[in-house]
Design a protein around this ligand. Sequence first.
Ligand code: ADP
Length: 468
Amino acid sequence: MSLRARLALLYTLIVGGILLLLGMAVYGAVSIVLTNQVDHLLERSSVQLIQRVRVGRVGDLVVVAFPELDISADVFYQTWARNNKLVDASPNIRWYDRPLDVNSINFGTPVYRDVVVERANLRVLTVPLTVGLSDRIIGVLQVATSMAVVRSTQKVLLIILLIGVVVAMTIAGVAGWISIERALAPLDAVTQTALQITRADDLSRRIPYRGPPDDEIGQLIHAFNQTLGRLETLFNSQRRFLADVGHELRTPLTVIKGNVDLMRRMQCVDDESMDSIEDEVDRLTRLVGDLLLLAQAESGKLPLARRTVELDTLVFDVLQQMNVLARDRLQLRLGEIDQVLVCGDKDRLKQVLLNLVGNAIKYTPQGGEVVVGLAKADNKARLTVSDNGPGIPAEDLPHIFERFYRGQKSRTRSKDGKGFGLGLSIAYWIIRNHGGQIEVSQREPHGTTFCVWLPLAQGECEDERSGG
Ligand code: ADP
């Protein structure tokens, strides 16, 4: 059964159930009220009738004819003596010589009962007649009235209630069916779009929705569209990644193949070709290593040998090492430096520093300046690498931490043959794996500043304690 049919049925049954309970309550209440009215009438009549009863001289039961009684015409009564002799009866029932309620005639207390006499529904009150205040029973009075009006009222009420329940259930069912169809229509759109995506292999499609965005369906569609967007980005980046890797692999492989062909044609192993092959193999090895590292870091599975690292000492080391690269081309100097301890993998953090300082040296022209600084700010370590090079264009800034992303000016294969556009991605993911952040900003009037935030070491590092 479809969801729509199930919901409509549930809706109908709930409405029907509620109305049925309500109907039963109304029917019960009306029946009780009407029966109480009849019982009061019988009780009032019996009180008047008892006043006429006297005890004769020999202790027998005598019914006095006067005073005139104020008893309704549809009330019947009989007075029975103890020897089951009918002493008196109302004129409208004189012809009937049996007790109105045979079963209650010998009861010692007043009893109300519904009986059928000559196919007529009657309510009978049987009252024992006693002498004065004593308990001696000298006879029985039975007062009755027809229940025809009560029964027909009950019947009409029952019919009205049943018709009401059926009509209400039908209306609820139809209204539920229509409103549920409207409410579920967007789900149909979700299914159709999902099928189209599967058929056309097109993740750029989105589900249109014109209803309120914050209801359940709106939220579902929003979440689905978000998932589609995320999947689209992921697939696109996967495709781009494959294309980039293919592109990066093709160049060195072409160079290697060209050199091998040349050596075969020349029928000799020449040193120049061998050097070129070696360079390209090194480049390929570096690329594969970088990709592996990136894959581990992106999935959060980068093995980190965490120790307490003196970041200031690490900065000194890197600066010394990089001074060789800077030589007399530009000035590489230390800015403000604080003593800072962080908890992390020394080699990985060094790799980040080498990437950032290496880039600054690589992209800053002759005569420029690269400044490295280290400070404590907001209870964190802040490491900055600033240069006064050409800077990164604003349109490149949001992308430079993406894999294989290279700025406009660096798109051709770099002269040193080293850059793959992976350095900043690796730095980003290493810092993320250390619980830190890396930011980039333009420097006035020109230049770039990279800023790395790392949590300060608090007590011993986890790995140190566990002896790792
Ligand atoms: P690669 O240096 O191998 O191209 P990176 O991931 O290290 O790759 O850098 C990505 C891009 O960011 C570079 O191609 C370059 O355009 C830009 N970039 C990085 N650092 C700097 C810098 N200090 N000054 C100018 N541009 C930079």
